[in-house]
Ligand binder design. Structure first.
Ligand code: AVJ
Ligand code: FE
Length: 429
């Protein structure tokens, strides 16, 4: 068991590093060190930060080893300097950064070989490795978002996703009653996903698919951005000051739309989920459609609850880890897949594409579950609890399978659009 676990961890470490390397080798020095948007760090910061977290947690903490570099911690501490000022810091250059993350990784493999992975230490140490794998994959998704903000010739390439045919969307009925939300036994689950607890949800209808580009274009053409009644007070203010008129990266030509993704501009694909909309846009669309955004609890019940057995599944499709037939994850494709592309990934209630494709905005503020305990440090999620952040669920085409679960909770400001976020609608039964 222990050997198997070590091997699994080693494979996951290699897989995440292959992705980080591909994302940073794809561009030249200049594009690595420059800031492509005030919202993002330079790519070279993300890479060194990945190495620095790995050094802090696995080399120094779990391994009890000497620091690889003790002089740079503060520049890669995400709480010390905000993204917008990071280019001004005395950062490692690209050559030094690659050397640094390689040196850290060498020590980590040595720690992995020797560290106890049994008994009580198994849970603690295995989680530390799992957390570092997920952390790297999370920053890889962030770097992918930086690539999307970068202008210039395309440098990332991937085959198109599978085709699908589920337009127009239908609704699934989710019966009211209790279900078990969250988890107490997923080994790599983060503190905010814990503990498992019983939640009562009233009956509701959930859209079987995320809202598509075609549906969203209708909202734009119907004047949705100019109809104040569809927006909350806060949403209208933001829509006005930020001059929103369509999803980020869309271009309008009369009544048709194109969009730019990773350097390629092409007409929008009507049956692909819409992406790069903020919470306020999602909320206004839902109101226009006569619906609303789901709560986080509704989202998880639609994703995990099996009404026939009354049990909660690990994933919509069952208990197996995500495979290619289930969901569009891991940057295998550089875009969301058309609705209906993953029939094998549907939930027992018949809700499609809950995992992968686009993060889905929910109407819920980010808070700890009843019984929440900080683990391993308050800066992972506790410091973000409160009314400022909305919960997003399900992961995107840029989320790795190691960093997504049906219990996984992401969060962001309701005005953010550079993340790979879309949404689906729900309504009361
Ligand atoms: C969970 C995606 C909101 O990227 O800010 C990375 C994950 N935490 N490094 C983020 C994270 C620390 C986090 N999100
Ligand atoms: Fe981080």
């Amino acid at each position: 068991m222990t050997e198997e676990l070590r091997e699994h961890v080693a494979e996951e470490l290699l897989r995440s590093r292959a992705r980080s390397t591909a994302l940073t080798d794809a561009v030249d020095e200049h594009d690595l060190v420059r800031q492509h948007s005030k919202l993002m760090s330079p790519l070279v910061w993300d890479l060194a930060h990945i190495g620095n977290q790995e050094e802090l947690w696995l080399v120094r903490d779990v391994g009890g080893r000497e620091p690889v570099r003790s002089d740079i911690d503060e520049y890669y501490d995400a709480f010390k300097f905000s993204r917008s000022v990071r280019p001004e810091l005395p950062l490692l250059n690209p050559v030094e950064t690659r050397q640094y993350v390689g040196d850290v990784r060498g020590k980590v493999f040595d720690v992995l070989e020797k560290v106890p992975l049994e008994g009580r230490k198994l849970v603690e140490n295995a989680f530390a490795f799992g957390m570092i794998v997920q952390h790297e994959q999370q920053h890889d998704e962030t770097m992918l978002a930086t690539h999307q903000l970068r202008t210039g010739e395309p440098v990332l390439h991937a085959p198109p996703p599978p085709t699908g045919n589920l337009v127009p969307a239908t609704e699934a009925f989710i019966p009211g009653g209790p279900f078990e939300m969250g988890t107490s036994d997923e080994p790599w689950a983060l503190d905010n996903e814990r503990p498992a607890h019983t939640v009562h949800v009233d009956s509701f209808f959930m859209d079987t698919t995320p809202v598509t580009n075609g549906e969203y274009a209708e909202f734009v053409l119907a004047g949705g951005y100019d109809d104040r009644r569809l927006w909350t007070e806060e949403g209208w203010q933001h829509r006005t000051s930020a001059k929103l008129s369509a999803p980020r990266f869309w271009h309008r030509d009369g009544t048709s739309f194109s969009r730019t993704a990773f350097g390629v501009t092409e007409p929008i694909v009507p049956d692909e989920p819409v992406v790069h909309v903020c919470f306020h846009e999602a909320q206004a669309y839902a109101t226009w459609a006569g619906k609303r955004l789901p709560t986080e609890q509704e989202w998880e019940k639609a994703a995990r609850y099996d009404a026939e057995t009354g049990t909660t599944r690990r994933y919509p499709w069952g208990d197996e880890d995500p495979a290619e037939i289930h969901a569009n994850l891991g940057q295998r494709h550089l875009r969301p897949a058309p609705v209906g592309a993953y029939p094998k990934g549907a939930s027992p209630a018949g809700v499609h594409q809950l995992i992968g494709d686009v993060w889905e905005w929910t109407s819920t503020d980010f808070h700890g579950y009843p019984g929440f305990e900080v683990f391993p440090y308050p800066e992972y999620s506790k410091v973000f609890f409160g009314p400022d952040y909305k919960v997003l669920r399900g992961g995107s085409f840029g989320t790795d399978k190691s960093a997504i679960r049906a219990t996984f909770r992401n969060w962001d400001y309701p005005i953010r659009r550079q993340i790979f976020a879309g949404f689906r609608c729900a309504r009361d039964a």
